[in-house]
Design a protein around this ligand. Structure first.
Ligand SMILES: [Zn+2]
Length: 272
């Protein structure tokens, strides 16, 4: 997309850095490149800590690119995304220390595990966390956010903490977003794709990293992740273009939803 119009940015904040324990997905990987228990700068939060990561917009609505007068301007409203907090989906606390990093790029993953019914998504994410903590020996689920088949977003590892991988690349500096499912075998639904664009657009603004940094896991390591049906969107430039468009059409406001409202949301997902 051509130059992004100067706009007042929305201040989003994720504060997920508090919660600790995480889950993690099973990429079809092989070797861990980040070992748990290395330098620690982000202490895990105590169990049951409520992470109220809410970023509120303090800037007024932005005006559409090209609008030159008050009579023709269009008020742009940010897309609102509510990520389900760790407590809501039943995450365990982090099992070890994290390593701090500064996000410099964004990388898309899939869990690699086919998911047929979205009602199984919260349970699948709990399984990923257990697999990552117990089998992999990582402090938490590997990713920063996971998106289910219907576009629900789950808060995972704090964004200020380096993720983990079983493949041969160093995830330091990578914002890791993961789509639940195996996209060598299944298609990305419209809802899941929209949520992926939302999360990437939010992260792009939040961490000051350009959409052009978006890559698929297979672009940086030997793996088929994030699956052909997601990677084709990366390769064609469609995903980057969609993220740019989302940013210039109002941006994304993301907040982490906790408490009863989040628990109700997860119950609805599981009983659907
Ligand atoms: Zn991956």
């Amino acid at each position: 997309m051509s130059g992004e119009v100067t706009r007042r940015a929305f201040l989003f904040g994720i504060i997920g850095a508090a919660a600790a324990g995480w889950v993690w997905m099973r990429d079809r990987s092989s070797t861990a490149d980040v070992s748990a228990g290395s330098t620690t700068t982000i202490p895990p939060a105590p169990t049951n800590t409520i992470i109220a990561a809410t970023i509120t917009t303090t800037a007024p609505p932005t005006v559409a690119p090209g609008a030159t007068s008050s009579t023709t301007s269009t008020i742009l409203t940010p897309v609102s995304v509510e990520a389900l907090c760790r407590d809501a989906w039943g995450a365990k606390a982090a099992s070890g220390p994290f390593t701090a990093h500064t996000i410099e790029r964004m990388t898309v993953h899939h869990t690699g595990r086919p998911l047929r019914r979205n009602s199984d998504a919260p349970r699948a994410i709990r399984i990923h966390q257990t697999f990552h903590q117990v089998d992999r020996g990582w402090p938490d689920v590997a990713y920063h956010f996971i998106i289910d088949l219907e576009g629900n977003v789950y808060e995972c590892r704090p964004t200020g903490a380096v993720g983990d991988t079983g493949t041969n690349y160093d995830p330091t500096g990578h914002f890791l977003v993961c789509c639940e499912g195996n996209f060598n075998q299944q298609e990305l639904s419209a809802a899941q794709r929209e949520a992926l664009v939302d999360v990437l657009a939010w992260a792009s603004t939040e961490f000051g990293v350009g959409p052009e940094t978006i890559a698929g896991h297979r672009d940086v390591a030997a793996t088929t992740c994030p699956g052909d049906n997601i990677h084709s969107l990366v390769e064609s430039g469609e995903l980057v273009a969609a993220v740019r468009e989302r940013k210039t059409s109002g941006g994304v406001q993301l907040e982490v939803l906790c408490g009863d409202a989040a628990l109700d949301r997860v119950r609805d997902i599981e009983s659907a």
